[in-house]
Design a protein around this ligand. Structure first.
Ligand SMILES: NC(=O)c1ccc[n+]([C@@H]2O[C@H](COP(=O)([O-])OP(=O)(O)OC[C@H]3O[C@@H](n4cnc5c(N)ncnc54)[C@H](O)[C@@H]3O)[C@@H](O)[C@H]2O)c1
Length: 301
């Protein structure tokens, strides 16, 4: 595979083959450790950057545990697991961790200013032809890019949780993203064994624009006394062949995350059809956020 560099950066080509691509993942939480895992498993040297030694160790231990599970299930050999771990290193410094990367994937929390601060540090040290991707689930790619010196090399690379299991990567082209960067990210995603789908930048992209109104309507059905959470989920599982009902899924995603994304849709489109259900707002205010707090539409205690 040969990839053209972004038009307005240096003439030095980007990567020439899949495994030549060095990847740096910034943020080693739920998504970041999964993203680092899949790149390392596919043969890429990966540096994982997080804020503290403890966070780096936690991310590494999670990857080790998840790889171990794959070995137990005979999806991976012990040798492949060891080789994958050898390709992984961690760092507490963006400056140190990004210098040689051809692709940087940012997976820090969903806070606009935090992400922009990270990009500023990244741009100060990366090669001119490096691609900078974000795993944001809802913030506009165009808006995130507007403080970058080179917005043409910035792109959305939206992985799904759990990353080693879910095959989709939503590849989001910002207003200024160069087509060569889209093509490169599509190819790199395929190299991971994923199925990349290109979309243009728009609130919620495609995934959350379609999913969140469905979850919101499921919550309205409970709020208006149409059916219980169990019955709403049963209808969608048995009638629509969904593997998981929308309310169970909302608990899994986190009700606070669902509310944040609905607000992005509501504000982004200025359309009342995205108005978050008052029951969702109330549950978030009460701190019943789903799996992570032990209580949401279902109890996990
Ligand atoms: N959790 C999901 O299901 C999901 C799915 C798709 C996309 N996303 C998106 O992925 C991104 C990350 O979400 P997450 O759920 O993995 O978050 P998380 O809170 O689990 O992990 C974030 C990590 O970033 C680290 N971090 C914070 N500031 C940092 C900095 N300045 N430099 C380096 N590391 C830093 C934290 O220590 C933490 O380890 C968000 O933008 C989110 O919207 C999440």
């Amino acid at each position: 595979m040969s990839v053209e560099p972004p038009k307005s950066s240096s003439s030095k080509p980007s990567t020439s083959s899949q495994s030549d691509l060095s990847v740096t993942v910034i943020g080693g939480g739920t998504m970041g450790n999964g993203i680092a895992h899949v790149f390392a498993q596919s043969g890429h040297p990966v540096t994982l950057v997080d804020v503290s030694k403890e966070a780096c160790e936690r991310a590494f231990a999670t990857i080790e545990k998840n790889l171990g599970r794959m070995v137990t299930k005979e999806k991976l050999t012990e040798q492949q697991m060891q080789e994958t771990l050898q390709r992984l290193s961690t760092s507490m410094s963006i400056q140190e961790g990004c210098q040689d990367a051809g692709l940087i994937v940012e997976a820090v929390p969903e806070v606009l200013q935090l992400k922009r601060d990270v990009y500023q540090d990244v741009e100060a040290v990366v090669e001119p032809n490096a691609v900078i991707a974000t795993n944001t689930s809802s913030i506009s790619i165009t808006k995130l890019a507007n403080t970058l010196k080179h917005p043409e090399r910035f792109i959305g690379m939206h992985f799904f949780n759990p990353v080693p299991v879910m095959s989709l990567v939503e590849v989001v082209k910002g207003h200024q993203t160069d087509q060569a960067v889209v093509d490169a990210v599509m190819a790199w995603s395929q190299g991971l064994g994923k199925v990349p789908v290109p979309v243009n930048d728009s609130p919620g992209f495609v995934s959350n624009r379609v999913l969140m109104p469905m979850i919101n309507e499921a919550i309205f059905s409970v709020y208006e006394g149409v059916a219980t959470p169990e019955h709403v989920d049963e209808v969608m599982k048995r009638g629509m062949a969904h593997p998981m009902g929308p309310l169970r899924l909302a608990d899994f995603i986190g009700l606070d995350v669902c509310l944040d994304i609905l607000r992005v849709l509501y504000e982004g489109f200025q359309d009342p059809k995205y108005r978050p259900c008052p029951l969702l707002v109330k549950m978030v205010d009460a701190g019943t956020l789903g799996d992570k707090t032990g209580q949401g539409f279902y109890s996990y205690k």
